[in-house]
Design a protein around this ligand. Structure first.
Ligand code: SF4
Length: 174
C-alpha cells in the first residue's frame, strides 16, 4: 500500500474493496505454504508488530535520505524538499526540526485525528504521514488507507497465528 506517481492520495470505496480483495488473495496463497519464520511484520505496508510504536516510520525523527547532489531530505518521497546538506554541522537537528516549509511533519499516532481510540494504533502508527497530508491537507490526520488497515489487521493476525500453530505442533525441518 505505498503511494507512487500514478496513484491518488485518496482511495474510493471501490478501490478499497479491490485492494482488500487483492491482499486477501495473497494471504490465501501464503496460508497454503506458511513458512517457519515470522511473517506478520511484512504483510501490510507501514505496519509492524515487533513493538508498540507512535510513528509509522522514522521520517522527520531518525531517517535520513541522501540525494546524489548532497542534499538530505526527511523522506525518500520528498527529495524535492531537502532540509539540509551533507556538510551541514546541524544535520540531525535540521532533519528533526519542523521549520522547513512543506517538509514532512512526523505527527505521532496519539495526536492523529481518529486514531486515539483505535485498537490498532500501537501497531499501525497512523500510516504514512505524507500520504495522509496529500489526502487531507493536514499532517495530523489518519491514513487514507485506514479502513483497509482495519479490515485486514485481523486477517493478518490470524495468518501469523496459524503459522505459529503449524510449527508449534511439528518440528521445523532444516
Ligand atoms: S487503523 Fe486507522 S485509526 Fe487505527 S491507527 Fe491506523 S490509521 Fe489510525
Amino acid at each position: 500500500m505505498r503511494s507512487h506517481d500514478a496513484a491518488s492520495a485518496t482511495v474510493t470505496p471501490a478501490e478499497d474493496a479491490a485492494l482488500i480483495a487483492g491482499v486477501r488473495a495473497a494471504l490465501c496463497v501464503i496460508r497454503r505454504r506458511l513458512p517457519p519464520y515470522r511473517l506478520i511484520d511484512g504483510l501490510l505496508d507501514r505496519s509492524t508488530f515487533h513493538a508498540a510504536h507512535e510513528h509509522a516510520c522514522g521520517a522527520g525523527r531518525n531517517y535520513l535520505v541522501f540525494t546524489p547532489d548532497g542534499q538530505v531530505a526527511r523522506c525518500h518521497a520528498q527529495l524535492h524538499t531537502p532540509v539540509a546538506g551533507v556538510d551541514d554541522p546541524r544535520l540531525l537537528t535540521a532533519v528533526r526540526s519542523a521549520a522547513t516549509p512543506g517538509a514532512l511533519q512526523p505527527v505521532a499516532v496519539s495526536q492523529r485525528a481518529g486514531c486515539q481510540s483505535c485498537r490498532w494504533r500501537a501497531w499501525c502508527g497512523g500510516g504514512c504521514p505524507l500520504l495522509a497530508h496529500q489526502a487531507t491537507g493536514a499532517w495530523d490526520q489518519r491514513s487514507p488507507y485506514c479502513s483497509i488497515y482495519q479490515t485486514l489487521y485481523p486477517e493478518v493476525l490470524r495468518t501469523e497465528g496459524w503459522r505459529i500453530l503449524k510449527y508449534a505442533t511439528a518440528p521445523v525441518m532444516a
